[in-house]
Design a protein around this ligand. Sequence first.
Ligand SMILES: [Ca+2]
Ligand SMILES: [Ca+2]
Ligand SMILES: [Ca+2]
Length: 154
Amino acid sequence: MRILTPFALSLTAIAAPALAQHDGNEFISAFDADHDGRLTRAEYDAGRAARFAATDADRDGGLSEAEYVGEYTARLEQRLARSTEADNRKTEERQRQTRQAHVRFGVLDGDHDQRISRAEYDNVGKRSFDEQDGDHDGIVTAADAVGKRNRDRG
Ligand SMILES: [Ca+2]
Ligand SMILES: [Ca+2]
Ligand SMILES: [Ca+2]
């Protein structure tokens, strides 16, 4: 199922925003706890739950836009600090990625109450996993990703 948004973001980009878009397996590596190159549903659910908890700074059970964008930009800054890119490129990247984080917040906040509930977070996460798991065996592997790319092309 395709969800069209005004910004045409894929669910994957919303659920596991990639810091490096050129890595085709970023969806797997984001939550592959045992680093075996296979993302099980259990790893994904545990990783997402931990990410939600870490993002919910005031522990009220929901994510404000400031919490959501703040958690993302903290990770972005870590990556930029390691990057050897020129400073002006980093500034561009920072602005672009921060804009996208605000857009993702709006997409994740399904009922537009300015707060991502755990249900909203899980809803997008589940659909995103299902979208990636091409053969629907409950594990996302590189083979699923190749199959998905072929489907997207065709
Ligand atoms: Ca909160
Ligand atoms: Ca909401
Ligand atoms: Ca699979």
